[in-house]
Design a protein around this ligand. Structure first.
Ligand code: MLT
Length: 266
C-alpha cells in the first residue's frame, strides 16, 4: 500500500504493474481490497491504480461532520491521485458506486478517460423509491451500525453459487464491509442519493467501453446495462455466470480475461 497526503485527506492506494494506466474504483460499502485479484494478476498488461476512496479502507476522511460524499468529490480525489502519479490519461474502471464516480470523473475531465470499464453499475440516478431507501439505510446505520447494513446487503451481493462454493470469499467480502466506518457509509448514502443522471454523457463517449455484469446481480437490472450498451457508441456487454454484484471477485479468472482482451483490443 502507498499513501499520498493532500491538504484535507490522506489517500491510500495500490500502484501495481506496468502497461496502460487502469484506475479501479471500488463500490459501497467496500474498499480497494475488492480489486486484489486484479492487481495480483493483471500487472503484465496494465498499471493498476487502486485507491481507497476517502473514508474507506486506509484512507482518511476530511473530519468534517457528516457531509455527503458526492460522486464529484470522489472523482476529484481520483484526479488528484492521477496528478500525483503523473498520469494524464487512464482507463477508468468503476464497480457499482465506483461506476457512478467514473461517470462524475468523465463529466469533469473527459480528456483524461481513455476508456471505461463499467462493472455492475448504472448510469441512471436514484429513483424516488431508491432515494427513500437511502434514508432508511441511514436510519438503520444510525440505530444499529455497520453490521446491520452488512446483514441487509451481503445475502444479495453474491450469487447463490458463491455462497455454496466459496465460503472463504464470502468471509473476505464480509470483513471488508464490516471494516467500514459508519460516518463514511452515511456520507456515501447521501452522496449516491443526490447523484446526477449520467445517461446524457453516454452518446458522446466515443472511446471504447466494456460493460460487465454478473448474471445473478439483483442490485442492477440487466435492462440498465443494456441501455448503456445502446447509448454508448463503442461498447460491448459481457455477462458473467455464477456471479452477482461483485463479478471481479466471484469469477476473477473470467473477469480478468475480459479485461485483458479489452486492453489488447485498444
Ligand atoms: C454499490 O455496490 O456500490 C452500491 O450497491 C451501489 C448503490 O447502492 O447504488
Amino acid at each position: 500500500m502507498q499513501r499520498v497526503d493532500f491538504d484535507d485527506i490522506s489517500l491510500a492506494y495500490e500502484d501495481r504493474g506496468q502497461g496502460v494506466p487502469l484506475l479501479c474504483i471500488h463500490g459501497y460499502p467496500l474498499n480497494r481490497r475488492i480489486w486484489q485479484d486484479q492487481w495480483e494478476n493483471l500487472g503484465d498488461v496494465a498499471r493498476l491504480i487502486v485507491p481507497d476512496l476517502r473514508g474507506h479502507g486506509d484512507s482518511t476522511d476530511s473530519g468534517a461532520a457528516v457531509a455527503p460524499h458526492s460522486m464529484e468529490l470522489f472523482a476529484d480525489d481520483c484526479l488528484r491521485l492521477l496528478d500525483h502519479l503523473g498520469v494524464a490519461r487512464a482507463l477508468v474502471c468503476g464497480l457499482s458506486m465506483g461506476g457512478y464516480v467514473a461517470f462524475a470523473l468523465l463529466r469533469k475531465a473527459p480528456q483524461r478517460v481513455a476508456g471505461l470499464i463499467l462493472a455492475a453499475t448504472r448510469a441512471r440516478p436514484d429513483s424516488p423509491e431508491a432515494q427513500e431507501n437511502r434514508l432508511k439505510a441511514v436510519d438503520l446505520l444510525r440505530r444499529e451500525g455497520v453490521p446491520a447494513i452488512v446483514e441487509s446487503m451481503l445475502p444479495r451481493l453474491l450469487s447463490p453459487s458463491t455462497f455454496s462454493t466459496k465460503p472463504e470469499l464470502v468471509q473476505r467480502v464480509k470483513q471488508i464491509m464490516l471494516s467500514s466506518s459508519p460516518a463514511s457509509l452515511e456520507a456515501d448514502l447521501l452522496g449516491m442519493r443526490a447523484r446526477q443522471d449520467s445517461t446524457p454523457l453516454l452518446p458522446g463517449f466515443t472511446a471504447p467501453a466494456l460493460i460487465v455484469m454478473g448474471k445473478d446481480d439483483v442490485f442492477i437490472p440487466l435492462a440498465e446495462a443494456e441501455e448503456m450498451l445502446r447509448l454508448l457508441p463503442s461498447a460491448r456487454l459481457e455477462l458473467i455466470p455464477d456471479a452477482a454484484h461483485l463479478p471481479n471477485m466471484e469469477q476473477p479468472e473470467l473477469y480478468n480475461q475480459l479485461v485483458r482482451d479489452f486492453i489488447r483490443s485498444l
